[in-house]
Design a protein around this ligand. Sequence first.
Ligand code: PMP
Length: 281
Amino acid sequence: MSRIAYVNGQFMSHDFAAIHIEDRATQFGDGVYEVFAAVKGKLIDSELHFDRLDRSLRALEMEMSLSRATLKLILREVVRLNRVTEGLCYLQVSRGAAPRNHTFPNKPSYSLIVTARRSQPATGKIGIEGVHVITTADQRWQRRDIKSVSLLPNVLAKQKAAVAGAFEAWLIHNNGIITEGSHSNAWIVGDSGTVITHHESIDILSGVTRNRVLQVARSDGVKVIERAFTVAEAKQAHEAFLTSTSSFVVPVTHIDDTVIGDGRPGPVTKRLRGLYLRTIS
Ligand code: PMP
């Protein structure tokens, strides 16, 4: 089956879908994006993703001429055309094509692209068996709360993880604090089953999955603290895990060369993963 993408008002073959060579996303990383999960053909938590998209657009003084309802129709159609029942839907808005010039164009012709592909994080091996992560310096800019397509430091960190045979790189601020992963939020489980994840700030992306897991944890009576934690604390934690739209809740069994707990997914992580999967199924 050939894939279909949406580009600026048109559904077209994925193979030929393209934006202009002077699109500001390609020349300046001047754009924002969202990744939505589809489960049983339906988009999960789309309102939360659209809320974050609005925040990212506003932070970069970009405007979206299409309404949320229209965007939803486009996303659903791309998911349907690609027959994605379990998978991911990607949306990108950039400040569009314009002669290369750092300043914003006077009348930007924003470009919108949407793609979808299959993937199965709910039943995948990593969610059940857990993964290794490495730690590396957080080299990103200071507005990590904006979901910008300028992802070079994230790409370099993830590549470093891949070369080391790890699934993710946890990013360390110069003060030893783990902010988050290159494409996921970072969590640890401390004494008495207390779940800890970095508080919301400009230092991290406010993950939609993170916020859902916080909700399910709290309503399950789990003690949750939103605060920064260091690499040293993470390596001594009873459990660790990561969350993202593309992989849901994934146990972390090793951080660098340190085994976390007994090296297997821990009970709190397994419980939260189960509760989270129940909310989206
Ligand atoms: N942090 C970063 C840097 C990310 O790229 C992602 C994935 N978009 C996340 C956290 C997790 O966010 P979400 O749960 O909304 O996918």
